[in-house]
Design a protein around this ligand. Sequence first.
Ligand SMILES: Cc1ncc(COP(=O)(O)O)c(C=O)c1O
Length: 464
Amino acid sequence: MARAEHVDSAALARLLGGWRADDMPLPHALADALDELVAGNVLVEGAALPPQRALAAALGVSRGTVAEAYAELAARGRLTSRQGSGSRVRRDRSAGGGDHVVDGRLASFGSTRRLAELDLSSGALPALSLVREAVSAVDLCELDVYLAGDGYYAAGLPRLRAVVAEQYRAQGLPTEADQILVTSGSQQAVWLCASSLVTPGDEVLVEEPGYRGAIEAFRTAGARLTAVPVRADGLDLDHLDRVARRAALLYCQPAAHNPTGISLPAAARERLNEIVGRHGLLTIEDRSCADLILDDRGVRPPLPDPPGPGLVIRIGTASKLLWGGLRVGWIRAERPMIKRLTQAKAALDLAAPVLDQMVTAELLTQADRARRERTRRLRAHLADAVAVLAERRPAWRWTPPSGGTALWIDTGTDAVALAERARRRGVLVTAGPAFSPANAQRSRIRLPFWRPVDQFAQAVDLLE
Ligand SMILES: Cc1ncc(COP(=O)(O)O)c(C=O)c1O
């Protein structure tokens, strides 16, 4: 449950800043500006808005303007008004809890009506040049074979499944092609697991902080979320051990965790495995970011299988290594589980697109080259970003990431307000609560470091 807050009129007026718009009636412009604060989680669920008269005075408008704006927000489902207790913020969970799609594209998890000049709200990377090469090198003879059939491969193209299985084997986990289900990105993989494996009311363990898309998927499946803290050295395993017994499922990212970039040390991975095995805890290991390892310890292998059969389901993606626009991800599990999840996938969208899978299969045969390329560039960007921050934001703190594309920064201040101020200056960053099952992490921002250093520095200058 989100933390309820009382927002005083002066503070809200500051957050609203330049809310007036030349081309809009005042009540409508005010409703839009308040709506953005709700969508961006600046105003949290349950927050009590100031009385109409007080906000009107703080903004220098009539009480009628505020009354109309509140009424419009109530009509949009953003507010509840009750006699005696005033107006409180309401977030529509069924809509995913935020306005993520702007102008038909993903604007990550921040709040905005238009794309900003500097969008650092997502950690997603542009494609490697390899992707372009692979598209022009599509084997037309192979394509002809597929074109002669109906093109529906519910579990994925056999060749792609074989290539992905080979990747797991190379990382020490014996895997056959029929243990792979191809999905539309790893977000669909998370979604399929949540919708197929969770019964409403089940207790699901998620990381605090953790991946927003998973938090939303499990919440939408009706799970009761229990947060397991992620500390400077990774998932708090003592805590996990205490709560594991009563949980139906654990979702975690032991390698290159999003948003912190932390990877569990080898001994901790063994202990995680021991805990999972001892409690018979069904575990989803999301390895979406595991290709992007930046320290000198190399790619962390998947968790080995604990003694209980089929306890760990692994999720992977081509998005981080190659390009998110391929929309190719996968699930690696025991055969009965793959069968069950394939049925769910078929019910959802029948099958993944053939062409995207062909390109991805080709690209994954060059995964080592892609990894070297990504790592080399990200390391250079990380070094630049750290130098910029040391000079311009010496008070900010973070744990050096072992992987990923972003820094998880403790700003030491109200980062939600900071992100909102930055947005008004044309810079989008995502503040901590977007990554928190409990709407916590309010002093944090996730700051992607993969952009050219002058852009990064420009953004940092505007983050104050
Ligand atoms: C941990 C994690 N899982 C899953 C995803 C979904 O990625 P995609 O659907 O592009 O494969 C992401 C993307 O940011 C992620 O960070």
